[in-house]
Design a protein around this ligand. Structure first.
Ligand code: PRP
Length: 181
């Protein structure tokens, strides 16, 4: 793990308006794709996904419920330590359920890869993923993302759930930070 420090304020990469338009677009697609499903299980991956999940779930026009998992792979620094650890598990069984995993960001793909294997073993009726942003330049593991918001460059991003050492999560936009390691 590396300790990192922000140099200056974040510069807007994706505006609040653009995020909200994308959330509406994704919610429309998801609502259409799951039409007829009685209880879509939205699984938010803490902590980063809590804001995206909150906005996305409220835009759906189909019945859904929310549950959470927490997986830790990063410390307070900018580099993953490579290991993925389950910190918090679901409250309800997903056997036979339609499950949509919601992430703020897919970076190396390690988190989603780990979660998909874990959740698939629990025999859901279906298992899909939704992520607001992804950094293709950083991808190390093949990862299935069914609903993708934005592709972003390999920069340190914060806001709308994303943090640097627990700061900046509640910014309404996604910004880029210059970081000193
Ligand atoms: C972030 C993010 C994803 C993961 C993506 O979580 O929310 O879960 O990293 O990175 P990966 O594709 O390289 O696995 P983080 O571990 O920083 O925890 P947090 O959500 O609590 O901030």
């Amino acid at each position: 793990m590396t300790t990192a420090r922000a140099m200056g304020d974040p510069r807007v990469l994706i505006s609040e308006e653009d995020i909200q338009a994308k959330v509406r677009e994704l919610a429309t697609r998801i609502s259409e794709d799951y039409r007829g499903v009685e209880d879509l299980r939205m699984v938010g991956i803490l902590k980063g996904a809590f804001i995206f999940l909150s906005d996305l779930s409220r835009r759906l026009t189909i019945p859904c419920s929310v549950d959470f998992m927490a997986v830790s792979s990063y410390g307070d620094g900018t580099t993953s330590n490579g290991s993925v650890r389950l910190v918090l598990d679901l409250r309800r069984s997903i056997a036979g359920a339609h499950v949509l995993v919601v992430e703020d960001i897919v970076d190396t793909g390690a988190t989603l890869n780990y979660l998909l294997r874990l959740l698939a073993a629990r025999r859901p009726a279906s298992l899909k993923t939704c992520a607001l942003v992804h950094k293709p330049a950083r991808r190390k593991l093949e990862t299935q993302v069914d609903y993708m918001g934005f592709e972003i460059p390999d920069a340190w991003v914060v806001g709308y759930g994303l943090d640097l050492a627990e700061e900046y999560r509640t910014l309404p936009y996604i910004g880029v930070l210059d970081v000193e390691e």
